[in-house]
Design a protein around this ligand. Structure first.
Ligand SMILES: Nc1nc2c(ncn2[C@@H]2O[C@H](COP(=O)(O)OP(=O)(O)O)[C@@H](O)[C@H]2O)c(=O)[nH]1
Ligand SMILES: [Mg+2]
Length: 733
């Protein structure tokens, strides 16, 4: 589509804006982009009730857009970020961006039919997610204006002009042209705030936000218009608070943010807490424990062969005055399967790669770890990658640096190469980089009462009181001036944040996440050592023999409950009470398991379209999900690390994980087609839990039907930088 439209003299509106934007100082260009984005917001609701998006995703879409608008708000932009921004984007592209934003905001195009609406809404969402992932970076402003505007534009494209009052677009363009002129002449006091030009669109936007629990946001944007885009101290304070709310809350979407903000306001004053959790991952022997010790100014080496079992959470760092607890994981494959349940919270990750060992040099392994972090953190994490040059075996740095530009580019904060064991100076530089990052990002704002309660609960955990019952919790919350009617909200918040775990089945209790994680890993370690998949209550006496006070008998139920809840294992259906834990199953198919597929079987294959490995626990969870159908012969369960045999009613299946990246299901028997459908539904449910999307495609192969389910990782997981480059490179109009 050409850039046609109203002509200004002999140039188009678009070119006119571009030329004017080029002449503006960067911060003014930025302001202009932000203003365009805000003016474009009501377009998001051209289809009432935000029906342009999938219902289940509306809150996420809105949150992405509101968040990038907030991050680009002129009141949060510092001198430093302008400089960074300026270095990053040339004046030219910057001006084009501003013009694009303006142009799209005005939704001014003669040629309306060219683009399918949904595709654009998705693009806008992806664009926002890129910006979201990298909001700390200076170009968020541009991305926000641009992508909000794109969404708006898309919304317009898909709808006839009948939604708009007469001459709407002409008026809108005039307003935007006035905006840029006023910004040029430093006249920030009289921006046009006439919402009547939107016709019903503006009020519908507000009303529909209210209808979905986002009244808070309706008020924020209404106030901006009412005050002609001037923001008073209260508005600026709220803006700054919004940017500091815990990521775990933000990830829940616009409604969660709205109610979080309302709670802050209700509690009067706020408190900023600055704690983080550092997760150290990497293969066994990479140097994780050594690095954890060095960060703690401990210059000892772990004894060779003395690898970490489970997870060690003892180490607490003080980084520029901010407390960070370090979770040092054992690298054994068996543990990977249960990382997920403890890592969903927003954490900082250190990935240690050892340049010495073959396995660590293997690019696939590094991809595996990065993908694991991406999946488990919902693509929101930042990874500090450390290449351990133990024995001074330097790798070609290029090899590793390529990861920065690759698929995981936006995940990687930076790559450091040094000898962890002996290069104290580099360790200290690394520690400073970590501290600076945490200082810049690690603050979370809480209502004063909530933060009081949180501190008390953490203090209890620190005193080794790791199982806290309902009476105790109630007292803590009441002491912190949190009314009883509000207790559920607060316990739920603490659970979301990973501060204190609580689940419906636990009823009364909240638990220390460090404590329960350590317990779970000790169980897995025990099973691995004893080469068994079954553990009962008596076995736990042995597991915790040296930790009686930390893990008394009455704590066992919590550990089993949690493992069951997260599908790390499942309850033994008969006989002795206990858990069956698939990740402790034997590596290979045990002898004695018989498989007799019939010739007319059907095969379903599941693989990712990026052909990466499945996250480590994916297959184990699939085993758990099929627990009732797993064939067994007395105590012998037909399952192993990479396979299982199922027997449903009138159908059987052999399920195998191949090369960690392909699940092959061979199904035979009278009702094989129905059984196939059941299994596919189960896999699909699981895929959704991991934020994979799937699309099915059938093919015929040699008489047998081979069904491919081709999986895709959400567009959101593409690199931010790449997304940005695409946005610049691709003129969408
Ligand atoms: N010589 C030398 N040995 C190291 C270095 N880093 C780790 N090691 C040794 O390598 C082994 C594995 O290290 P460790 O930190 O336990 O690895 P983890 O499994 O990732 O926690 C231990 O025996 C360490 O003493 C290093 O920089 N130089
Ligand atoms: Mg270790």
């Amino acid at each position: 589509m050409g850039r046609v439209g109203k002509m200004y003299g002999n140039i188009s509106f678009y070119d006119d804006i571009k030329i004017k934007a080029e002449q503006l100082a960067p911060e003014k260009r930025w302001f202009f982009s932000w203003l365009c984005a805000v003016r474009a917001l009501p377009f998001l609701n051209v289809k009432r009730y935000f029906k342009c998006w999938k219902k289940s995703e509306i809150k996420q879409h809105l949150q992405s857009i509101f968040y990038v608008c907030d991050s680009s708000n002129p009141h949060v932009l510092s001198e430093a970020s302008f400089i960074a921004y300026n270095n990053y984007v040339s004046t030219k592209t910057d001006a084009i961006a501003a013009a694009d934003a303006a142009y799209a905001a005005a939704a001014y195009a003669a040629d309306a039919a060219a683009y399918a609406y949904d595709a654009y809404a998705d693009a806008a969402y992806a664009a926002n997610t890129y910006a979201y992932a990298t909001a700390a970076y200076a170009y968020a402003a541009y991305a926000s204006a641009y992508s909000a505007a794109r969404a708006a534009y898309a919304a317009y494209e898909n709808n006839s002009q009948k939604h708009y009052p007469e001459n709407f677009f002409q008026k809108f363009i005039d307003i935007i042209s006035d905006d840029i002129e006023m910004i040029r002449t430093d006249n920030y006091n009289s921006f046009n705030n006439d919402t009547s030009i939107y016709g019903t669109l503006f009020d519908n936007f507000k009303n529909d936000l209210y209808a979905i629990g986002c009244g808070y946001w309706a008020d924020v944007y209404d106030d901006l218009f009412i005050n002609s885009f001037k923001q008073d101290d209260n508005a600026i304070k709220a803006l700054n608070d919004r940017l500091k709310i815990p990521d775990a809350v933000r990830n829940e979407g616009a409604t969660a943010v709205a109610s979080y903000m309302q709670n802050l306001e209700r509690q009067g004053s706020t408190s900023v807490m600055r704690e983080t959790r550092i997760i150290v991952l990497g293969s066994a022997g990479a140097g994780k424990t050594t690095l954890t010790r060095r960060l703690n100014d401990d210059d000892s080496f772990p004894a060779p062969g003395d690898s970490t079992h489970g997870v060690d959470t003892q180490s607490v760092l003080n980084l520029n005055g901010i407390k960070s607890r370090v979770w040092d994981f054992g690298g054994q494959v068996i543990y990977h399967s249960s990382h997920r349940c403890f890592l969903t919270e927003n954490c900082i990750y250190i990935l240690v790669v050892n340049a010495r060992t073959e396995e660590n040099r293997d690019i696939t392994r590094i991809n595996y770890w990065l993908d694991t972090i991406r999946v488990y953190s919902d693509n929101k994490a930042k990874v500090f990658m450390v290449i351990n040059e133990a024995d001074d075996r330097r790798q070609n740095e290029e090899d590793y640096n390529s990861f920065k530009n690759g698929e995981f580019g936006n995940l990687i904060y930076d790559i450091f190469s040094f000898n962890i064991g002996n290069d104290i100076e580099s360790v200290n530089n690394f520690k400073s980089a970590l501290a600076n990052y945490i200082e810049a990002t690690g603050h979370q704002v809480f209502g004063i009462n909530d933060s009081g309660a949180m501190k008390e609960i953490k203090a209890l955990f620190d005193q080794n009181k790791q199982i806290v019952n309902s009476d105790k919790i109630k007292n803590i919350l009441l002491d912190s001036n949190i009314e009883e009617s509000d207790h559920d909200r607060v316990t739920k918040l603490f659970n979301t944040l990973g501060v204190a775990l609580s689940y419906d089945f636990m009823g009364d209790y909240v638990l220390d996440p460090c404590w329960i994680s350590r317990g779970v890993y000790m169980v897995i370690d025990y099973l691995q050592k004893n080469k068994t998949t079954f553990i009962n209550y008596n076995d736990l006496d042995i597991v915790f023999a040296n930790e009686r006070s930390a893990y008394p008998t009455d704590s066992y139920e919590h550990i089993f409950n949690l493992m069951d809840y997260y599908n790390i294992g499942f309850r033994n259906p008969g006989g002795i009470r206990g858990l069956i834990i698939p990740c402790a199953a034997s590596q290979l198919k045990p002898p004695g398991i018989n498989i007799n597929p019939e010739p007319d079987n059907i095969i379903t294959r599941v693989e990712r379209d990026d052909l990466l490995e499945f996250p480590a626990d994916f297959f184990y969870k699939f085993i758990c999900n099929n627990q009732s159908d797993i064939k067994r012969n007395g105590e012998l369960w037909s399952m192993w690390q990479t396979g299982m045999v199922l027997g449903g009613s009138n159908a059987s299946a052999l399920v195998e994980l191949k090369e960690n990246r392909r699940i092959e299901i061979t199904i035979w028997g009278e009702k094989k087609v129905e059984y196939q459908k059941n299994l596919e539904a189960l896999i699909n449910d699981l895929l959704i839990q991991y934020n994979f999307t799937s699309q099915a495609e059938e093919r015929n192969r040699g008489g047998k039907i081979t069904r491919f389910i081709i999986l895709m990782v959400e567009a959101a997981s593409k690199g931010a930088a790449k997304g940005f480059a695409e946005m610049i490179g691709k003129n969408f109009m």
